[in-house]
Design a protein around this ligand. Structure first.
Ligand SMILES: *Cc1c(COP(=O)(O)O)cnc(C)c1O
Length: 396
């Protein structure tokens, strides 16, 4: 029966029935025009979700991490300089990947719980008179800490410094659930995967390349074969792939983009904000702290919640899973054991969120935390009552 429970890890997310069915299609000949009828609408749907007019979209049988590798290997050469802030596990992994590819990473060490320090980036970019920094890497939503960074501010930092570096954004846990504007923010490569905001099984790396990023491909000397977007682009032009495409997932992606666009992308963001606000009201009522340090950093797709002194966050997650069949996320890296995470992205309603909060309260009582059962749920209920979705939104 526990399989009936919603999942509260910050990805993979709950899958709506229609998307599960869309992934489950009979085998087709992926070298026939039939495939093009699935592929091209999916690419177009992603472009709309990214709010881009000119981006070229590529879908690899991979995950978000493969999307990073696609971004790096198609645009850079060994020894190239890259600038990044490290403020959580995912930004850390992106830096680690660059280093393993022999890139020269300037790391801005940033407290976990903080966002990307755009002002510090501007100083470093301004000081780089020879424009040696080729790329700025930005993790839009640090899933490890529940911190949203201001990508528009990173773009302003580049512009204020008059610096031509490319801007690569990890939007794995923001795209399709939080405001993302590829063109307006001057994002050169946007990276995501199928299993978060798109509400699909894992298995697709989804990347968007701006014309400026496309122009960097020919001079890039990092080795790439599987992730070479030139082969992918050649394949797409012939309604095909350089290898066997995951046709079911791509069909799911088309339906996912249509689902998001039918709900209205701004309504999707508003729903995530409303649900997240309820979760934050609960955390407040429990007298607990988020890992994210200030309200403007609060993520609408995941909250990392600190356990009170003397308690083990991993034990919290274990009890929730073993006793109540509810999966929350554990803390990663520096905050392991100190925070537990509740993913509130993808296919989620107010009622589903309330069920997760109420189980969290049972676990708190089991562990002997000084929290009044019902207090967080009541606070979230109040948020949801005051901001109930309109009928039009509910219909989506
Ligand atoms: C989930 C996630 C990733 C990793 O994606 P995979 O699909 O697991 O490779 C990268 N960055 C962020 C911000 C994420 O949330």
């Amino acid at each position: 029966m526990h399989s009936q429970n919603p999942i509260f890890i910050p990805g993979p997310t709950n899958m709506p029935e229609d998307l599960r069915r869309a992934v489950d299609i009979p085998t087709i000949d992926h070298r026939s025009p039939e495939f093009g009828k699935i592929l091209h609408p999916a690419l177009d749907g992603v472009k709309q979700v990214l709010k881009s007019r000119d981006a070229q979209i590529f879908l690899f049988p991979s995950t978000g991490t493969g999307g990073w590798e696609t971004a790096i290997t198609n645009t850079l050469s060994p020894g190239d300089k890259v600038l990044a802030a490290r403020n959580g596990m995912f930004s850390h992994r992106w830096i680690d990947m660059c280093q393993r590819h022999n890139l020269d990473v300037t790391i801005i060490e940033t407290p976990w719980g903080e966002g990307i320090p755009a002002a510090r980036m501007e100083e470093i970019l301004t000081a780089d008179k020879g424009h040696e920094i080729r790329v700025v890497l930005a993790t839009h939503n640090e899933t490890a800490t529940g911190v949203k960074s201001d990508i528009a501010a990173v773009r302003r930092a580049l512009d204020a410094a008059g610096h031509p570096a490319l801007l690569f954004v990890d939007g794995v846990s923001s795209i399709g659930s939080m405001d993302f504007r590829m063109d307006e923010w001057g994002v050169d490569i946007a990276v995501t995967g199928s299993q978060k905001g798109f509400m699909l099984p894992p298995g697709l790396a989804i990347v968007g390349f701006s014309p400026k990023a496309m122009a960097a491909i020919e001079s890039a000397r990092l080795p790439r074969t599987f992730f070479d977007i030139r082969d992918m682009a050649t394949g797409y032009a012939r309604n095909g792939y350089p290898y066997t495409p995951p046709v079911g997932l791509i069909n799911g992606l088309y339906h996912s983009t249509q689902r998001l666009l039918a709900e209205g992308i701004e309504n999707v963001f508003a729903r995530h904000h409303r649900i997240a606000s309820g979760v934050r009201a609960a955390v407040d009522a429990w007298g607990m702290q988020l890992c994210a340090l200030r309200p403007e950093l609060y993520s609408d797709s995941v909250s990392a919640i600190r356990v009170p002194e003397g308690f083990d966050a991993n034990q919290f997650v274990s009890i929730a899973l073993e006793k109540y069949g509810i999966a929350f996320g554990t803390g990663l890296g520096e905050v392991a054991g100190k925070v537990w995470r509740i993913g509130h992205l993808g296919s989620l309603t107010d009622a589903m969120a309330l069920s997760g909060l109420s189980v969290a309260e049972m676990v708190m009582a089991d562990m002997g935390m000084a929290v009044k059962p019902g207090s967080g749920v009541a606070a979230a209920q109040e948020v949801y009552r005051q901001s109930a979705a309109t009928l039009a939104q509910k219909a989506a």
